[in-house]
Design a protein around this ligand. Sequence first.
Ligand SMILES: Cc1cc2nc3c(=O)[nH]c(=O)nc-3n(C[C@H](O)[C@H](O)[C@H](O)COP(=O)(O)OP(=O)(O)OC[C@H]3O[C@@H](n4cnc5c(N)ncnc54)[C@H](O)[C@@H]3O)c2cc1C
Length: 296
Amino acid sequence: MSSILLTEFSDLIQTGEPLAMHTWFQMGGNAEYYAEPQSWETFQNLLKCCARENIPFRILGAGSNVLVRSEGVKGLVINLTEGLPQKLEVCGNTVKVSSNVPLSRLVTTAVRNGLGGLEDLIGIPGTVGAALHGNIGTNSTDIGQFLKTASIALPDGTVTQIDASEVVFAYRQSSLSDSIILGAEFEFHEENPVELAQRMQKCWIVRKASQPLGHQGAGRIFRNVTESGESASELIERVGMSSTRVGGAMVCERHANYIIAQPECTPNDILRLIRLLQEQVHEHTGVKLALELEIW
Ligand SMILES: Cc1cc2nc3c(=O)[nH]c(=O)nc-3n(C[C@H](O)[C@H](O)[C@H](O)COP(=O)(O)OP(=O)(O)OC[C@H]3O[C@@H](n4cnc5c(N)ncnc54)[C@H](O)[C@@H]3O)c2cc1C
């Protein structure tokens, strides 16, 4: 059935593309089919074809929240960050972006234009679409609260606009998580750009000191909201697992909710380390750590 993809999009579809070079962990198997559409129209046509032919597909942003298993991914992986034009437009106190715009670009543009709200999110890797998909944020704020409208593709490839009032956001969750997000419009409050830039800089320094940001080969693992009220890293530290290593996967010294992959690391090492941390934390505290990282 998927061979339709090869006939209809012969210039676009690659088979057996290694996903390691498209994800932060830089490991894992191949995508059965892989595409880097160069226009939004082609992207929508691909979605229509997948819907019509019942072809399973996944959307890939910057790959900072995905671990690909060694077996790879069946179906089509559509990468939005290699070649699709980025759109970003500031109008008064609103900013319109396409979903493939890096979150950091949205944050710095807002700050430069004296639009406050997102500056705490500086340095969080990834694209705006994925940020809305998972309502990413910090302890004090998240992206969802600034959404005005979202443009989403329906399964048949047609596009619809939805108002923020129709979307439910919770901690690292949004009702958009089953939607394909094409773009969004955000509304911010006006503030002094110099003060915003100073606040952003402070957040950046704190984040850089506490997270493995320079590290390609790192991932944030667990949801921070736990039954005990402690963060995932506090729980991991409390049970004495903060310097644990399995094969080439090790808990990050700077922040125990991150795993660092050494050059010899495999996806199985990471999965085994995740399981070990979950078992130990559960055994000693009764708390079940839930994954924030997506396993493909
Ligand atoms: C060093 C580091 C620090 C981090 N710090 C934080 C933090 O402070 N706070 C936080 O919340 N997260 C943090 N994260 C997690 C990560 O940055 C976010 O989850 C980010 O939103 C992932 O974006 P991405 O483009 O890389 O998505 P990907 O990893 O490519 O994809 C993640 C998910 O989003 C989906 N997706 C991507 N684009 C779209 C789209 N247009 N429409 C629908 N679905 C889509 C994918 O299908 C997938 O399910 C951190 C990660 C790392 C590695």
